[in-house]
Write a protein that binds this ligand. Structure first.
Ligand code: HC0
Ligand code: SF4
Ligand code: SF4
Length: 567
């Protein structure tokens, strides 16, 4: 440890830490914009400036490491003047249209402008850049860009895909796709990692919550909503709760209050996915097929595969992603059950994911001529909808999902974290393949944040080589190795976002260093507390096969639950 003096008080702190980290830990606020704990440090925005005794100039706290005897001041007039000057400069090229901005209320820039009481100090010098509405998942308004560069770093460092890089000069420079192309014309995979780190409203998900609000208001159709595994461990953050707060019951209650007629759980379909995908894997093992078999539930990954590794198209499981399976069942099985025409049913998916928006528009996912999912909204958009309708989220009593499409197991909820689909699949594949009961349900080697996890699983004599990768940058590394033949696996789980869907591009924005860990802990806590923890033991899954789907990979399962991929 080293001794530092901050604002006149002495502290013993760990070495190799920045002034910013140390100050935040002891509760001293330092404003930041370009800093994000998941990204590299660039010290570009100059709003975290502090005074270090002995240094002539102010130093950026995010990029300055503590040393023994360092004397730091964060609260001097000089610091304050400098922060205000930098904020005012940024504001001079930023429109003041907070009222209609989708980041309103959770904008890091707006917060600072308000807190430091910055009025327009310099004449406005706006940029007049047209919106980029080319993507079905993302919306870009570069007039609002404050040049923090977080989007570009997220795309490059987390996703391994340098789609956005800074072009132009000075305050007119902005992060753009190469040659200024619309984002949909690039290799962008719609993961939304850029949007979830954007501190302002420059890159957001395409907003679909107003369309959903409109349907709720008209209420001409039967309104059905489903929620993804990872939403329940993050939604609370939109209402000031700690990351990892489990909000399943409140979320269901809020959705009913919003006016949905049925609240179903994507987790039900995650269990169904395991039945279909697990059976597909066992079938490939017995009858031959392409290996490795890749999971297919992450549309960010499917986009990445189609754009960068199309030669692996047939290696992908043909199983649709869970929310598309559920949408398909709602428009067929469930429609018949309630005596409705599928065109009179409106299905909304609440997802941690922006790529699910473009997935829902794929023509290959039409079910008997109908879209399976009519609208996808992100966790953040659900938060907006609840606030817009003034539903008192904090005081809602917990409620349960509707049956039968709301019944699920612990195996389903872990889909939300990297390694979860693999673990859920192994729990079922082991028992189906060997006919024996698993001695231990937890497969620890696929858990955690290691970029690529690999293992050999003994299915009673048959050794299965498996791997799990999350975050595009790790995915690209793994795929290059698989492609070159350097490594071989039988079954590979891939999630495009860091940490899996808990870190999805539609999740609440967070600059806390521990938000992913906490969300992950919550996912495994839910699993542990579920009475049933294996997909093939879900009674509602057994019933739907008996009543409707016959058996995994049946003719009707193929029609409703499987798909194919684009050339
Ligand atoms: Fe996921 Fe899913 S686990 S992709 O991350 O498979 O979005 O949460 O809903 O569909 O179930 C996202 C999360 C899902 C799907 C499930 C899968
Ligand atoms: Fe990059 Fe993902 Fe953003 Fe596309 S959505 S620009 S791939 S971070
Ligand atoms: Fe979407 Fe999850 Fe894939 Fe990210 S990891 S693109 S949130 S499905």
């Amino acid at each position: 440890p080293v001794t530092v003096t901050i604002n006149g008080k002495q502290y013993q702190v760990e070495e190799n830490r920045t002034v910013l980290e140390v100050c935040r830990e002891i509760g001293i606020e330092i404003p930041t914009l370009c800093y994000h704990p998941a990204l590299s440090i660039v010290g570009a925005c100059r709003v975290c400036m502090v005074e270090i005794e002995g240094a002539r100039n102010l130093s950026p706290a995010c990029a300055t490491y503590v040393t023994d005897g360092m004397v730091i001041r964060t609260n001097t007039e000089r610091v304050n003047r400098s922060v205000r000057f930098n904020l005012a400069l940024l504001l001079s090229s930023h429109p003041n249209d907070c009222m209609t901005c989708d980041a309103n209320g959770r904008c890091e820039f707006q917060d600072l402008i308000y807190r430091y009481d910055i009025k327009d100090m310099f004449p406005k010098d706006l940029r007049n850049i047209p919106y980029d509405t080319s993507s079905p998942s993302l919306f870009r308004d570069m007039n609002k860009c404050i040049l923090c560069g977080r989007c570009g770093r997220a795309c490059k460092e987390l996703q391994g895909l340098s789609i956005l890089s800074v072009a132009g000069r000075g305050y007119h420079s902005i992060p753009v796709p190469a040659l200024g192309a619309p984002i949909a014309a690039t290799d962008c995979i719609n993961c939304g990692q850029c949007a979830t780190v954007c501190p302002v409203g420059a890159i957001t998900e395409r907003m679909d919550f107003r369309r959903v609000a409109e349907e709720l208001y008209k209420h001409e159709k039967v309104l059905v909503v489903q929620t993804a595994p990872a939403v329940r461990v993050a939604l609370g953050e939109e209402f000031g709760e700690e990351p990892g707060t489990i909000s399943t019951g409140k979320m269901v209650a809020a959705l009913r209050k919003l006016g949905f007629d049925y609240v179903f759980d994507t987790d039900f379909a995650a269990d169904l996915t395991i039945m279909e995908e697990g059976s597909e894997l066992l079938q490939r093992i017995k009858e031959g097929g392409k290996f490795p078999m890749f999971t297919s539930c992450c549309p960010g990954w499917v986009n990445l595969m189609e754009k960068l590794y199309p030669e692996f198209r047939e290696n992908l499981s043909t199983a649709k992603s869970p929310h598309e399976m559920l949408g398909a069942l709602i428009k067929t099985y469930f429609a018949k059950k309630i005596g409705k025409d599928p065109k009179d049913i409106f299905v909304v998916s609440v997802m941690p994911c922006t790529a699910k928006k473009d997935e829902a528009e794929r023509e290959t996912l039409l079910v008997r001529g109908h879209v399976a999912v009519d609208a996808v909204i992100t966790t953040r958009e659900l938060g907006k909808l609840i606030k817009m309708k003034k539903i008192p989220y904090e005081s809602l009593p917990e409620e349960e999902y509707d049956t039968p499409l709301g019944i699920s197991t612990g195996a389903a909820v872990i889909f939300g974290a990297t390694g979860g689909v693999m673990e859920a699949a192994l729990r079922t594949a082991y028992e189906l393949y060997t006919g024996k009961e698993l001695p231990k349900l937890d497969f620890e080697f696929v858990r955690g944040f290691e970029g690529v996890k690999e293992a050999e699983v003994d299915l009673d004599g048959k050794i299965l080589k498996v791997a799990v990768a999350h975050g595009g940058a790790n995915v690209v590394k793994l795929m290059d190795k698989i492609k070159s033949g350097e490594v071989y696996y039988d079954f590979v789980e891939i999630m495009a976002c860091p940490g899996g869907c808990i870190g999805g591009g539609g999740q609440p924005k967070s600059t806390r260093p521990d938000y992913l860990e906490r969300r992950m802990q919550a996912i495994y806590e839910i699993d542990e507390n579920m009475p049933i923890r294996k997909s093939h033991e879900n009674p509602a899954i057994k019933k739907i096969y008996e009543e409707y789907l016959e058996h995994p990979l049946s003719h009707i399962s193929h029609e409703l639950l499987h798909t194919h991929y684009l050339d």
